[in-house]
Design a protein around this ligand. Structure first.
Ligand code: DAH
Length: 338
């Protein structure tokens, strides 16, 4: 079996073409849904455990070789097609490269669109925050252990000033300045002192949601989330798992049912079919009090999600760092409808 993989590797390495159509059929043959790679990954699942290591290594080598080859040939072929004789005065001008809306902006705008259609306003707050708005008012007093859930960048000369770790700080600012009924979403950039890897980055983006009025219940929260996931993913099969956030009680994490149809589904859902997309809950009465809203009169729900995470799911992007490199070849693959 392993010899077959090695034979494919040789074939891939020796393949060459400048014809885009030929390159595409090469790509489909190896990396398409029903392609050789997917077949081999299925075989991988079945082989005895002691052979998995070596087989997996060769298989990954083959996968990388296919991707590299396709990228290389595609860019070569594009370069040769713009190789027009420069001294020909009748040639048409080269077209100017235009930019492209960033995938994170595309998804942010879609989410904003979905919520503004049901009456949510948009609110924003500062990225450099104080301790009160980022933590204390959100029911996270000094030395509360849950502060460790988010590794914080502090401003060295003043421990009271920090880079906000979440957009929940905007909830507080909005409630301080507005009376219920409140329906708002707050998109923005947040910062955490974390190592950069394919799954995490120290700068990322969130959207926070807040709804405060009379008699708001958990059922309202659930219905709003169902509407949202249906509109964004075309799939409203969600589940709420009990969780903990200091600013909500009760709190939950929202999973969307992704399915287990393909090898990729299996990998990204760790074999469960479910994917976590956000945190949410009923706003804790302490948070309302901290913002001068009477919890006897009003109740509400809040939720918060990472835009990178949602974008990675929607477009099957496997490395968060791609969003920050701004390689135009990556960005050009995303088309905006809004
Ligand atoms: N602020 C949380 C975080 O960054 C996300 C979150 C969870 C926001 C629950 C909420 C909420 O408003 O109710 O991890």
């Amino acid at each position: 079996m392993i010899d077959r993989v090695k034979k494919y590797l040789k074939e891939v390495q020796s393949f060459s073409s400048t014809d885009l159509k030929e390159i595409e059929s090469f790509r489909i043959n190896y990396a398409g849904k029903k392609g050789i790679l997917n077949d081999l990954f299925l075989v991988f699942r079945e082989i005895p455990i002691n052979e998995k290591k070596e087989f997996g290594k060769e298989l990954n080598k083959l996968k990388d070789a296919v991707n590299d080859k396709v990228k290389h040939l595609q860019s070569q072929s594009k370069m040769s097609s713009v190789n027009i004789k420069i001294d020909d005065p009748s040639r048409t001008a080269f077209s100017l490269e235009t930019g492209n809306r960033h995938p994170l902006s595309i998804v942010k705008n879609r989410i904003i669109d979905i919520f503004t259609q049901i009456g949510f306003s948009i609110s924003e707050g500062p990225e450099i925050e104080d301790d009160w708005h980022n933590f204390t008012a959100l029911n996270l007093p000094k030395h509360h252990p849950a502060r460790d859930m988010q590794d914080t960048f502090f401003i060295q000369t003043n421990p009271d000033i920090l880079l906000r770790t979440h957009t929940s700080s905007v909830q507080v600012r909005h409630m301080e300045n507005n009376q219920p009924p409140i329906r708002t979403i707050s998109p923005g950039r947040v910062f955490r002192n974390e190592a950069i890897s394919s799954r995490s980055h120290c700068i990322f983006h969130q959207i926070e949601g807040l709804y405060i009025a009379k008699d708001v219940s958990f059922a309202d929260l659930k219905q709003t989330l169902k509407y949202f996931t249906e509109a964004l993913f075309g799939n409203s099969k969600i589940r709420l798992r009990p969780s903990y956030f200091p600013f909500t009680e009760p709190s939950a994490e929202v999973d969307i049912y992704w399915g287990l149809d393909t090898e990729t589904d299996y990998r990204i859902t760790k074999g469960t079919g479910w994917l976590e997309i956000m945190g949410c809950g009923m706003v804790d009465p302490n948070v309302l009090k901290n913002c001068d809203i009477d919890p006897q009169e009003y109740s509400g729900f809040a939720f918060g999600m990472g835009i990178e995470r949602i974008t990675m799911l929607l477009y099957q992007v496997s490395d968060i760092r791609l969003f920050f490199e701004n390689d135009i070849r990556f960005l050009k693959q995303f088309k905006s409808t809004i």
